[in-house]
Design a protein around this ligand. Sequence first.
Ligand code: ZN
Length: 171
Amino acid sequence: MPYIREIIRDGHPTLRKVAKRVDPKEIAEPLFQQLIDDMFETMYDAPGVGLAAPQVNVSKRLFVMDVHDDEHEPAVVINPKIESAEEEVELTEGCLSVPGMVGEIVRYKRMIVSGLDRDGKKIRLEGEGLFAQCLQHEIDHLDGVLYVDKARNVREAVTEEEKEIVETASE
Ligand code: ZN
């Protein structure tokens, strides 16, 4: 059974490490599959649209995401690689590891990312808007980067719109 893991917060050293690549042989192991299930459970409970392994104190290169749109299924991406990134835009962003805060950040509008799925098969994810934003946010986590490092006007979420970002669009 999946269980909800603790989401660590800014200040915890694991969030600042460059996470290790996953050995593809490890993916089929029950403990690794459990980690994936637990990450989905933890993300939905938070709630958030994405969660990277370092946020549950596991310094490995994988993340889960579900942006709840019509084009994209929930996904787990292991050893992600950015294949293309286009057109910069400024967006408001939050993070489950920096609770209650939002800020403005420059992100690419469109992204293509490749990686492995939970069966170890190659996948390629492509999207715009929140989907692309989430991909960048989660990959940053794997490199020890938090959005607050790059964002401007980081502030407490006060308006309904800002709270929505913290609660449902935060990654
Ligand atoms: Zn985050």
